[in-house]
Design a protein. Structure first.
Length: 333
């Protein structure tokens, strides 16, 4: 865990040196780079493995809980009903299309579900949440995290270039970024290129997308609890191995949103929580990144790459349509 925390600090220094690189993206990328060094693999897969496992699971869940303090229901209400409906529509449709594409291409295990969650909701955080509720193996989480990191990084470069041909003003661009980019850090890095108006719009839209994590996890949890009995695994159910409908950390996330909405929290407390949340997620994402092996992805991951890139293009195009529709309806008398 100390190694993961130290790596997160290195990622922070890299972010300071190159502000255009989001801290969380730097952290998971650093983990991925370290994992490719043959001399370090005996350490990663040996004495460091238990601590990295705790970092990638428990610290990630605590960070997700603290993420709820960024979002107030008042901010969501300020978006207006049309925009809220558009956000929910984009999340549900992207999730469904990505899940279907992953299953059509025969991705193994829970990979289709994890990729669908990561691309439709909130990147690596959603992958971690869905991994918890399904009890997916760490190996199944590695590819989805690599894909959301790759596509989120591409978005930082490509979306600002596409803004002018699309004719988006800063508010519309921010809405597009919030609807289509995966991790919160990637959203901030992409939107801030256009300015503070775009950034403010993107963050509120993105955090509203994050709020859909709770009901999506609850639905998946309910389905997973029914699956053992449907497959005849009554022994597992009797042994208490069925996943929870809603993991405790997701309940904590919703509680944090309610606290932010109902209580007048001091700015200092929110700033400390934000720093702690970022540090925890950076540590967790480095640990997750160390489980990614490019050689294995090259042998087995081309189908997952097709699903990831397809989902990324789909949500980007669908979000453009959503921005046009919401702008038109808002301007209508």
């Amino acid at each position: 865990m100390a190694v993961a925390a130290a790596a997160a600090f290195v990622a922070f220094l890299l972010h300071l040196a190159v502000p255009g690189i989001p801290l969380l993206t730097a952290a998971v990328a650093l983990g991925m780079i370290v994992a490719q060094i043959p001399a370090l693999r005996p350490l990663l897969d040996g004495p460091l493995k238990p601590g990295l496992a705790v970092s990638s699971r428990r610290l990630l869940r605590i960070g997700i809980v603290l993420l709820g303090l960024k979002l107030s229901l008042v901010d969501i209400a300020g978006l207006g009903l049309v925009t809220i409906v558009a956000i929910v529509f984009v999340v549900i449709l992207t999730f469904g299309v990505t899940l279907l594409l992953g299953r059509m291409l025969g991705l193994p295990g829970y990979q289709p579900l994890l990729i669908a969650a990561g691309f439709s909701i909130c990147g690596a955080s959603a992958v971690g949440a869905m991994s918890a509720v399904t009890r997916a193996k760490d190996a199944e989480s590695a590819t989805p995290i690599a894909l959301v990191t790759l596509c989120g990084t591409l978005a930082i470069v490509l979306l600002p270039l596409a803004r002018i041909p699309l004719g988006f003003d800063p508010t519309e661009f921010g809405t597009w970024v919030g609807l289509s980019v995966h991790d919160v850090g990637q959203v901030v890095a992409t939107a801030q290129i256009v300015g503070p108006v775009a950034l403010a719009s993107a963050v509120v839209v993105k955090l509203t997308r994050v709020l859909t994590l709770a009901p999506m996890v609850a639905i998946v949890g309910a389905v997973e609890r029914r699956r053992p009995r449907a497959e005849g695994s009554a022994a597992d159910s009797a042994a208490g191995k069925r996943p929870p409908i809603v993991p405790l950390f997701v309940v904590g996330f919703v509680a944090a949103v309610l606290v932010r909405t109902l209580l007048p929290l001091p700015d200092v407390a929110l700033q400390v929580a934000d720093i702690l949340q970022t540090a925890l997620l950076a540590t967790a994402l480095f640990a997750l990144g160390t489980g990614i092996r490019f050689a294995e992805l090259a042998r087995t991951g081309w189908k997952a790459l097709v699903v990831g890139l397809g989902s990324w293009v789909f949500i980007a195009v669908l979000s453009i349509v959503a921005v046009w529709v919401t702008t038109g309806l808002s301007a209508a008398p």
